[in-house]
Design a protein around this ligand. Structure first.
Ligand code: PMP
Length: 443
C-alpha cells in the first residue's frame, strides 16, 4: 500500500504498488479457503465449487480431507464432544439459536448469568462480563476504560482489536518493544516519575496492554516482570488471554497460572471463547465495581445482541470438562496432551532446521518464510499433500516477515504430527526455508 512506502520517489511507489498487486493476485487463493466440516484435527477443505448450469445454479462442491494445522482448536472442543454436544443441542431446543435482544433488553438468560459466574471463578477474578465477540470485547471496552487525558502503553505486536480499541479511546498511545519489560520501563520512566501517586501525574490513568500468548509470534508474555513494573509505576495491567486461556497452565487457567502471577495483580483480564472452548464470544473479568461499571457503559453490552445460548452452553460445558466437573479426567488429559504435542512438534521442526518462533508450551508456532513470495508455493504444496496450513503476511506482519503459523491441538495424534512434519520438511526443502543445519532425521 502506498502509505506504507512513504518517502519513496513517486516512480518507485508506482513500481512497488505494481509488484504488491501482482503478488496479491498470486497469493489470494491461499487465504479464506472455505471448509465444509468442523475444524477438527482433520477437516474438509473446499477445492472447487462448480455450477451445473446457469439456470438452476446447482452447486457441486469438491472437497479434500486435510490435516488441519490452522484452527485454534487447542483442546479439541471444535469437534462433537460426548459431554458438551448433547447439552448444546438441548440448549438449542430450550432457548433457540439467538436471544434476538441485547443484554439490557431481553437478552440476559439464566444461562448468561451462570456463565459469567463460572468464567469469573475460572479466571480467578471477582466478576466477569461476557460479550458476543472477542474482537469487540477489546475494541469496545478499551474506549470505555480510558479516554483523552489517559495513557495506553501497548505492546508493539498487540492484536488489531487492541489497536483499534486504543485508537478509538482518544487516549495518548505509546508503544513498547514487543515483550520487552526493560523498554516498557523506559517508556514509563520518560512519561512519569517513578512512584508518583496516581493523582499527581500528568495522566488521568495509565493502562499497559499485553497478550498472554502472542498470536503471530507464539511467545508467552513476560508477565511477572511487566506486572512488577506496573505496580512500581502505578499503571493498570490489561491482559488479553485469547490464545492462553484454557490452553496453558496446570488447570487451563492461562498464563497467570503457568507463570505464577497472582490474578489480583492483573486489573483487567480479557479473553475469548473462540479457541480453547470451541465456541464464540469474549469476556472481561475484574473487580465487581469494574464489571458493574461496564454493564452500564459498554456499548457491546448495551447495544449488541447477547451471545447465543448454545454458544454460552458450549463454553459452560467445556469449562466443566476442563475442571473435571463432568466426572471424568478428560480435561486434565487434554491439557497434558496439548502441552506434549506442542513441545514435540516445535522441537522436531527446530531439529529439521526451520526457524520457529515462540516458547515451549505454546501451541502457536510460526515457521518463518520471510519472503512473501514463498507463501503460495508453501501453502499450495502442503495442501497438495493434504496438510492445510495458515500463512500470514503483510499487513498482519511486517512485509518481509511472512510466516506459516501452525496451531497444534490436543486432538492431533502422534501419527498426524509425523505426517505433518514429513510434509512440512519436504515442502521446506522445496521452497528453501530451512535456515539452520538439520540436527536429526525424522523418526
Ligand atoms: N485478541 C487476540 C490476541 C486475538 O488473537 C484475537 C483473534 N484471534 C482476538 C482478540 C479476537 O477474538 P475473536 O476471534 O474471538 O473475535
Amino acid at each position: 500500500k502506498a502509505e506504507n512506502l512513504q518517502g519513496y520517489a513517486p516512480i518507485c511507489l508506482g513500481l512497488e504498488d505494481f509488484y504488491i498487486r501482482r503478488l496479491y493476485l498470486r497469493i489470494q487463493d491461499c487465504f479464506g479457503r472455505p471448509i465444509s466440516s468442523p475444524p477438527d484435527a482433520w477437516f474438509d477443505v473446499v477445492e472447487r465449487v462448480s455450477y451445473d448450469n446457469n439456470k438452476t445454479l446447482k452447486r457441486t462442491t469438491k472437497t479434500s480431507r486435510c490435516l488441519n494445522l490452522g484452527s485454534y482448536n487447542y483442546l479439541g472442543f471444535a469437534a462433537a464432544d460426548e459431554y458438551c454436544t448433547p447439552r448444546v443441542i438441548e440448549c438449542l431446543k430450550k432457548y433457540s439459536a439467538s436471544t434476538c435482544s441485547t443484554r439490557v433488553e431481553g437478552g440476559t438468560t439464566a444461562l448468561h448469568c451462570e456463565l459469567e459466574d463460572v468464567v469469573a471463578d475460572f479466571v480467578r477474578k471477582p466478576a466477569a462480563l461476557v460479550t458476543g465477540m472477542g474482537y469487540v470485547t477489546n475494541s469496545a471496552i478499551l474506549p470505555v476504560l480510558i479516554a483523552k487525558g489517559g495513557l495506553i502503553i501497548s505492546d508493539s505486536l498487540n492484536h488489531n482489536s487492541i489497536v483499534n480499541g486504543a485508537r478509538g479511546s482518544g487516549a495518548t498511545i505509546r508503544v513498547f518493544q514487543h515483550n520487552t519489560p526493560s523498554h516498557l520501563e523506559k517508556v514509563l520512566r520518560e512519561l512519569i516519575a517513578d512512584g508518583q501517586p496516581r493523582t499527581h501525574r500528568p495522566w488521568k490513568k495509565i493502562i499497559v496492554v499485553v497478550e498472554g500468548i502472542y498470536s503471530m509470534e507464539g511467545e508467552l508474555c513476560e508477565l511477572p516482570e511487566i506486572v512488577s513494573i506496573c505496580k512500581r509505576y502505578k499503571a493498570y495491567v490489561y491482559l488479553d488471554e485469547a490464545h492462553s486461556i484454557g490452553a496453558i497452565g496446570r488447570t487451563g487457567r492461562g498464563v497467570c497460572e503457568l507463570l505464577g502471577v497472582d490474578t489480583a495483580d492483573v486489573d483487567v483480564m480479557m479473553g475469548t471463547f473462540t479457541k480453547s472452548f470451541g465456541s464464540c464470544g469474549g469476556y472481561i473479568a475484574g473487580s465487581k465495581e469494574l464489571i458493574q461499571y461496564l454493564k452500564y457503559t459498554c456499548p457491546a453490552h448495551i447495544y449488541a445482541t447477547s451471545i447465543s445460548p448454545p454458544s454460552a452452553q458450549q463454553i459452560l460445558s467445556a469449562i466443566k470438562v476442563i475442571l473435571g466437573e463432568d466426572g471424568s479426567n478428560r480435561g486434565a488429559q487434554k491439557l497434558a496432551q496439548i502441552r506434549e504435542n506442542s513441545n514435540y512438534f516445535r522441537s522436531e521442526l527446530q531439529k529439521m532446521g526451520f526457524e520457529v518462533l515462540g516458547d515451549n508450551d505454546s501451541p502457536v508456532m510460526p515457521i518463518m518464510l520471510y519472503n512473501p513470495a514463498k507463501i503460495p508455493a508453501f501453502s499450495r504444496e502442503c495442501l497438495k499433500q493434504k496438510v492445510a496450513v495458515v500463512t500470514v503476511a503483510f499487513p498482519a506482519t511486517p512485509l518481509l516477515l511472512a510466516r506459516a503459523r501452525i496451531c497444534i491441538s490436543a486432538a492431533h495424534t502422534r501419527e498426524d504430527m509425523v505426517k505433518a512434519l514429513t510434509v512440512i520438511s519436504n515442502v521446506g526443502d522445496l521452497v528453501g526455508i530451512k535456515y539452520f543445519p538439520a540436527e536429526s532425521k525424522m523418526p
